[in-house]
Design a protein around this ligand. Structure first.
Ligand code: ASP
Length: 337
């Protein structure tokens, strides 16, 4: 059951609260940003706001008391994994952490469907990160409980995009028609795949800055073009190097990404494109006063440490927005929001 229109059972045939049957995300998977329309986003962010207020007011509360989340990570994670854990625990629920599948039966050769079918015997929702594109969709096909895609290889990272958009809305006030410049590894970076799709709902203008070998995949470019999104590709932010008009001056959101070392066939190929771009205070001199610099993190040199002092550096605030967004998503799929 992997469609956004199919509700999954929430542990039994008895719904936990009768009046939650109509909650739009109850029992659903979150696999791709393609499943969202703008009304969904409005709803998610209303709930995220409530979560923020509750955390500020009382820290931890019992909305998901008795619920269990399985955090199943086949790839490394700091923020996604710990923010889902924090989200669940702040809502009074608990977590089965499988952050290192090496120590689980996966190392004995267990398949993803079997691992998921196991965990759902113990948990109410499964957060899954996996190196293969489509892994979450595959897991969702076999699972009765909701699957939340926490990154499927170079595919998507929908919950990151939801928190990225929440950051933009909170920091800038609106996303409609913004100019968003995405820089770095646009080929392998799943966060930009999801975010560009989500921003298409807001008619954003998208600039893609990358070396030719790390361009935004053609499939995504054509998907966005079909929606009438203005897109421009550059090889550098510096207009002299790129031989174009400056893009930084028009940019409302500069979304910087790491070159995804783990996706390269060899160290030598990675070495050719690593460290191509470094955002410094000098870069931001030409930027608007009211713009923000974002990064899904970890950064490995593409934003200099001096930029952290600039109020436009939003990447640390971005992480906190992630907590509220993920609290909202958990409450929603478990029928409590
Ligand atoms: N943490 C993000 C991800 O898992 C970005 C990155 O790793 O560069 O996709």
């Amino acid at each position: 059951m992997n469609t956004s229109t199919t509700r999954k059972l929430n542990g039994s045939n008895h719904l936990p609260l009768g009046d939650q049957r109509n909650a739009p995300f109850y029992g659903k998977d979150i696999l791709s940003v393609k499943q969202f329309i703008r009304d969904d986003l409005t709803y998610i962010y209303e709930v995220a706001h409530e979560m923020r207020e509750m955390v500020a007011r009382i820290g931890t509360f019992d909305l998901l008391k008795g619920k269990i989340l399985a955090n199943l990570f086949y790839e490394p994670s700091t923020r996604t994994s710990s923010s889902f854990t924090a989200a669940m625990e702040r809502l009074g629920g608990s977590v089965i952490p499988i952050n290192e599948v090496r120590y689980s039966s996966v190392s004995k050769g267990e398949s993803l469907p079997d691992t998921v079918r196991t965990l759902e015997c113990y948990a109410d929702v499964i957060v899954l990160r996996h190196p293969e594109v489509g892994a979450s969709a595959l897991a969702a096909k076999y699972a009765r409980k909701p699957i939340i895609n926490a990154g499927d290889g170079v595919g998507e990272h929908p919950t990151q995009a939801l928190l990225d958009l929440f950051t933009i809305l909170e920091e800038i006030g609106d996303a409609e028609g913004l100019t968003v410049t995405m820089l770095g590894d646009l080929k392998n970076g799943r966060t930009v795949h999801s975010l560009s799709r989500l921003l298409s709902l807001f008619h954003a203008k998208l600039n893609f800055v990358s070396p030719a070998v790390l361009e935004m995949p053609a499939e995504i470019v054509s998907e966005l073009a079909d929606k009438g999104i203005h897109q421009h590709a550059y090889t550098d932010l510096d207009p002299v190097i790129a031989d174009t008009d400056p893009v930084i001056a028009d940019t409302d959101v500069l979304y910087v990404t790491r070159v995804q070392k783990e996706r390269f066939a060899s160290e030598a190929e990675y070495d050719e494109v690593k460290n191509l771009y470094v955002i410094t205070p000098e870069t931001l001199k030409q930027a608007k006063k009211k713009m923000i610099v974002m990064h899904p993190l970890p950064r490995v040199g593409e934003i200099s440490l001096e930029v952290d002092e600039d109020p436009r550096a939003a990447y640390f605030r971005q992480m906190e927005y992630g907590l509220y967004t993920r609290m909202a998503l958990l409450a929603m799929v478990l029928g409590k929001a």
